[in-house]
Design a protein around this ligand. Structure first.
Ligand code: NAP
Length: 283
């Protein structure tokens, strides 16, 4: 029977700490961190994500601005906007909600964001920092996952970790961060063979795939720590990539969906916005 790692509760503690930090920043610098979120188009899921991010910023005492742009905006126009935000001394964090329409090259836009305003941690220099193990802005979801893992008190050093999924925003950075903590890391993906065998050896299992209940109870090692990143809608309910009910009988710690990694992603974004503020104002 597992301990459930509540991202909802842990994120509350982080958000309270960020709020305190913001009050101190206001006293020291006479201004608060300002996050600008750019939303292109009308995707309802993206709109609900950016609304949640905005709300969290405001609750933490930060300034937050949502810039909505029509899906017909050109790449050149979006680049001009990014350059303006880069040059604006009142802006500390820039987040372009992904995905953006196909006629715009996502990489060109991400590359254009100043590294110290890249609250998402997607800029190539921040990606390089994760791989080099040097200071930089960590992508929010992997950062939240590492905070959750550390909250368990379980030593990561020397443990076998399996990360299922190799996306640039979750799988790969999580694997690198686990490696930095001296875990022995395997990355699995859609062509991986013998997934069950790999999973049964894993002391730490991170599932970031997007396939409901693909990690079954028989794949979990007794006493493992299981982090379920997946968000899947099944019969109007949100479920993860892990069969929670079966897995919790074997894992020592497990994250629920919803209420697990999701709230931690937002809390980590707030932490990143404070970090960006300090990089800019502390110069
Ligand atoms: P993604 O870019 O679609 O990547 C999915 C990964 O899963 C790919 O590497 C893919 O392998 C692998 N995969 C697909 N089918 C597989 C299979 N049958 N067996 C093993 N691996 C398989 O997704 P993502 O952006 O990383 O997101 C993953 C999940 O996390 C999604 O459900 C997403 O909604 C969720 N998510 C949640 C949060 C949060 O804050 N809660 C944040 C980000 C993402 P290939 O590379 O071989 O195609």
């Amino acid at each position: 029977m597992s301990n459930v790692i509540s991202g909802k509760e842990l994120s509350k503690t982080i958000r309270a700490k960020v709020k305190e930090d913001v009050e101190k920043l206001q006293a020291t610098y006479n201004k608060v961190p300002h996050l600008v979120v750019v939303l292109v188009g009308e995707d309802p899921a993206s709109l609900s994500y950016v609304t949640a991010k905005e709300r969290a910023c405001k609750r933490a005492g930060m300034k937050s601005t949502l810039l909505r742009k029509d899906a017909s905006i050109t790449q050149a126009e979006l680049l001009t906007l990014i350059h303006e935000l880069n040059d604006d001394p009142d802006v500390h964090g820039i987040l372009v909600q992904l995905p953006i329409p196909d006629h715009i090259d996502e990489n060109v836009i991400i590359d254009a964001i100043k590294q110290e305003k890249d609250v998402d941690g997607f800029h190539p220099l921040n990606v390089a920092a994760v791989h080099l193990g040097t200071p930089g802005i960590l992508p929010a979801t992997p950062k939240g996952i590492m905070t959750m893992l550390k909250s368990t008190g379980v030593e990561l050093k020397g443990k076998r970790a399996l990360v299922i999924g190799r996306s640039n925003i979750v799988g790969k950075p999580v694997a690198m961060l686990l490696l930095k903590e001296h875990a022995t890391v395997t990355i699995a993906h859609s062509r991986t063979q013998n997934m069950g065998d790999l999973a049964r050896e894993a002391d730490i299992l991170v599932a970031a795939v997007g396939r409901a209940n693909m990690v079954t109870g028989d794949m979990i090692k007794e006493g493992a720590v299981v982090i379920d990143v997946g968000v899947n809608r099944v019969d109007d309910k949100l479920v993860g990539d892990v069969d929670f009910e079966a897995a919790k009988e074997k894992a020592a710690f497990i994250t629920p969906v919803p209420g697990g990694v999701g709230p931690m992603t937002i809390a980590s974004l707030l932490e990143n916005t404070v970090e960006c503020f300090l990089m800019i104002e502390g110069k």
